[in-house]
Design a protein around this ligand. Structure first.
Ligand code: SF4
Length: 225
């Protein structure tokens, strides 16, 4: 049997690959990162632990947070298992010899015992935008859970909080629950195949022509074609 390697690729790097194989190749293989844009993900890292605590307190008393009352799903009851998955739902791919993983925020469950991935999102905007990457995030968690033999529904939940910040205070101003339907778990076998090819390739992939950071490189490459 092949031995497990130390190659571990996270959910966010799979998403980076979907966005741009070149950025994935440069960052994951060569530790060259593109410049960071400001995003509310930074604020999310502050509020996610708080929301997990609130959910877990409800879990212990077997009650849903009031915002979830209208949903047909319950909180996933097994906190020990959830805490393992919060550190990483792992999927070791024997042919790639790579462990893929994603740190899920929380989980809901249906009466039929199907799992429903849930992700906390923090925003400063009143619009509660749902980006494609949010859907992919739920899909990748669900895909990993399925690879572990779990039954996972093709519906996920985004639990948004809107933060109001000014120089005097910072507080949760609004909460919103959005269900995301038609999660597609089928596409990720092929995506991981392509990702693995890119990861092990010595050839630098082409930049994304629409990306502001590599636009200049792309123009230069076109000149030499
Ligand atoms: S085009 Fe360049 S900077 Fe933009 S995502 Fe791809 S590699 Fe990264």
């Amino acid at each position: 049997m092949k031995k497990k390697t130390e190659i571990k690729i996270s959910r966010s790097k799979i998403d980076l690959f979907i966005e741009c194989p070149r950025c994935f190749w440069l960052e994951v293989k060569h530790n060259i990162k593109r410049p960071e844009k400001f995003s509310s993900a930074h604020i999310g890292s502050k509020y996610d632990p708080l929301l997990k605590r609130i959910f877990d307190e409800h879990r212990k008393i077997n009650k849903k947070p009031p915002e979830l009352e209208d949903l047909d799903f319950e909180l996933y009851p097994d906190l020990n298992k959830l805490n393992i998955w919060r550190k990483g739902v792992e999927y070791y791919h024997p042919k790639h010899n790579i462990t893929y993983y994603g740190k899920i925020d929380d989980l809901l469950i249906t009466k039929e015992k199907d799992l429903v991935p849930l992700d906390f999102k923090t925003t400063l905007s009143k619009d509660f935008n749902v980006y494609d990457s949010y859907k992919r995030e739920l899909e990748i968690y669900g895909y990993f859970l399925r690879k572990q033999g779990e039954k996972v529904l093709d519906i996920g939940v985004l639990y948004f909080i809107r933060i109001d910040i000014n120089e005097k205070f910072e507080k949760i101003e609004e909460r919103k629950i959005l269900t995301i339907e038609n999660l597609n778990y089928e596409i990720y076998d092929e995506i991981l195949e392509n990702l693995k090819e890119t990861y092990f390739s010595e050839k630098e992939p082409l930049p994304n022509p629409n990306c502001e950071f590599c636009k200049r490189d792309f123009e230069i490459i076109k000149l030499f074609k």
